[in-house]
Ligand binder design. Sequence first.
Ligand code: G3D
Length: 174
Amino acid sequence: MHNCVNCCCCRGLDNSGKTTIVLKINGEDTSVISPTLGFNIKTMTYNKYTLNIWDVGGQRTIRSYWRNYFEQTDGLVWVVDSSDLRRLDDCKFELHNLLKEERLSGASLLILANKQDIQGALSPDEIAKVLNLEAMDKTRHWQIVGCSAYTGDGLLEGFDWLVQDIASRIYVLD
Ligand code: G3D
């Protein structure tokens, strides 16, 4: 069943706006502590897709997440706090590390350049440069969208791109 999107953010880069995004789209916070992983996971639905929202990184290797959360990943959402310039280097490192995973090679990648309403926030183009997105594998389907979880601007545009991109790939494969 292709219906799972994992929405990640680097651990230590909390505060990027994941909770606010879930609230904006789902109307409620859906955090649960995963019994196997022992940390917070939020789940929301968008257009029949289940989105797991959680932090990646830290001490655990990504392999410890596979069985429950990454096995059927069709899409990834990477939330960036565009106003937190000091932590963008960590963010770049974690993202490129994650994308090395073979099982994610087919996943569509949406980068949400969040907090665009804050003065001084980097634009999506600037974030793309800092994160070196052009260096990604040419076969990767990706899109960066500026948004504000605060006002809601850009969120639907981003998630619509993601679900349409996943649907079109799966349609071609089937
Ligand atoms: P997290 O779940 O990724 O850790 P949160 O992040 O959703 O808890 O957001 C962290 C803080 O950033 C919150 O502020 C939240 O209101 C704020 N925030 C999230 N998205 C936006 C945005 O788009 N614009 C602005 N201006 N703020 C945002 P507090 O003060 O509650 O910690």
